[in-house]
Design a binder for this molecule. Structure first.
Ligand SMILES: Nc1ncnc2c1ncn2[C@@H]1O[C@H](COP(=O)(O)OP(=O)(O)OP(=O)(O)O)[C@@H](O)[C@H]1O
Ligand SMILES: Nc1ncnc2c1ncn2[C@@H]1O[C@H](COP(=O)(O)OP(=O)(O)OP(=O)(O)O)[C@@H](O)[C@H]1O
Ligand SMILES: [Mg+2]
Ligand SMILES: [Mg+2]
Lengths: 269, 269
């Protein structure tokens, strides 16, 4: 089971759009996938048609210890389950501030889930993180075996990247030896603009020049770039992934390629 | 003195771009402006050329009680001061979790600043908020006299808006009677797309149909729409506002109009 956190504390870089379309892309190819929404905005949940304002079981109940993951998941498409989130999740930050072992709640919940599903194991868990480095994202990075980082090729987005990588290194040292950065994907890529080309060069150079000991030194930038495509922003209002909503769009093409790349770099566990 | 929080917990909708260009636009017209960066990413600070990795006085020292606002501000352009932020600010969430009156730290710091600057009063304080509803943003909404909400005309951005408005109403009732929502600005507007037109219609209808008692019932959508313009994303790498970097761009035109509208709706205090 690959447990992938999709994370970047910079806002609006394509975390939710990538989580939903990678999860849906893998499920269409027959993989058994569970998408966990870890953002109290509930964007992944509503992107897949779940009404987050209804009273229901969400990831909050897992953090509070009331429910198991298997009790909160909803089957939204064949092979694709979602554990939804809503505003309740915002309470976790304060409620867990001095709880023992608060970083391991999600990891333990996933281990329990894997035990219960032993006969029908999941292939992928995808976690959509909020734009923050808080208790919830630390739980995701502690539970994850790998991390995908969406990056918008803009100056402000590049600014926070080295900090994100340092935080990841810290979590790997202290909380999760298994964590590795599988790759970065360029999202909202505006082909033909000088800015996208310049920032992409900066990013590549930064990775080449990093210390070979750093946990991100093997991280690559995926070949598939996700170009800006309005269809990707329209799909959530129809509760569909890009593959259902606009199968012939550049968005479907780009995420289709990315899914192939993600599958190909199966970590030798 | 108008104290304006620029806030939306949805990520990447133009909070930093609006904070910097509104602050710079007002300063160019002779207003005395202080921009306070409240995001631990330090995007507003670096957009205006401040190296946030250097050891320096930041807004963190104000929250921790070590420094006054007047000791942490830096003059970056004529009439424009910035109180910078960096990663240190991320510690505030945990450090203040059980501090008495933690919501009022920024308000009290601004009152002290106003007393010290009595002979050369500021006209505007602009606060760039992070994409979260946390202790720091609650401080901003408690200190503010008004709020501007940048909205990207996309489905996912609209999703979280009613929650933001409800939270604002709660803060107005419990912590800050003076708080009012001056308006919402449409940012990253892609003219000619059906999505932008549809979401804008949804937003207008939502405001028209809201309860006249709700604190946002007077909120308007500014006439000036900020169109997507790559120059706005390029300007930060030159440490310039859009007015200096590309004065003839649509970005400078749109933010110029917005600044005029913001000045025109001077609240009768
Ligand atoms: N490649 C793309 N082309 C066009 N629009 C896109 C693309 N990727 C994402 N979007 C749109 O841009 C906005 C930001 O993307 P998204 O919400 O996925 O980012 P995020 O990183 O999850 O944001 P947050 O930080 O708020 O969680 C959304 O409205 C989304 O529909
Ligand atoms: N009108 C625009 N046209 C083109 N690019 C823009 C525009 N407004 C903002 N941008 C770019 O889009 C990205 C997101 O904008 P910005 O960082 O200002 O949003 P934010 O709401 O402050 O994000 P965060 O939630 O991370 O604080 C930035 O890279 C910025 O340079
Ligand atoms: Mg998201
Ligand atoms: Mg910002």
């Amino acid at each position: 089971m690959r447990i992938i956190a999709i994370m970047n504390q910079k806002g609006g870089v394509g975390k939710t759009t990538s989580s939903v379309n990678i999860a849906a892309g893998l499920a269409r190819l027959g993989k058994r996938v569970c998408l966990i929404d870890l953002d109290s905005q509930g964007n992944s949940s509503s992107h897949l048609g779940i009404d987050i304002n209804q009273g229901m079981q969400t990831i909050y109940q897992v953090f509070s210890g009331e429910r198991k993951l298997i009790e909160t998941r909803q089957l939204v498409k064949s092979n694709l389950w979602v554990v939804p989130a809503n505003i309740d999740l915002a309470a976790v930050e304060v409620e867990l501030v001095d709880a023992q072992g608060r970083e391991f709640i999600l990891k333990q919940a996933l281990e329990q889930y894997a035990r219960e599903e032993r006969d029908k194991p999941l292939d992928y868990v995808i976690m959509d993180c909020p734009p923050a480095l808080n208790t919830v994202t630390i739980n995701a990075l502690t539970a994850a075996t790998e991390m995908l980082i969406p990056v918008q090729p803009h100056y402000l987005s590049l600014q926070g990247l080295s900090r994100l990588l340092e935080t990841t290194a810290l979590i790997k040292r202290r909380l999760n030896r298994n964590l590795s950065i599988t790759g970065m994907m360029l999202c909202l890529y505006e082909t033909g603009t000088r800015l996208a080309a310049d920032v992409t060069d900066d990013l590549m150079r930064f990775l080449e020049e990093s210390d070979p000991q750093a946990p991100w030194s093997n991280a690559k930038v995926f070949n598939s770039r996700i170009r800006r495509n309005i269809r990707l922003a329209e799909a959530p209002s129809f509760a569909q992934s890009i593959f259902e909503y606009a199968p012939d769009s550049t968005g479907a093409h780009d995420y289709g390629n990315l899914v192939q790349e993600v599958m190909a770099c199966e970590k030798t566990q």
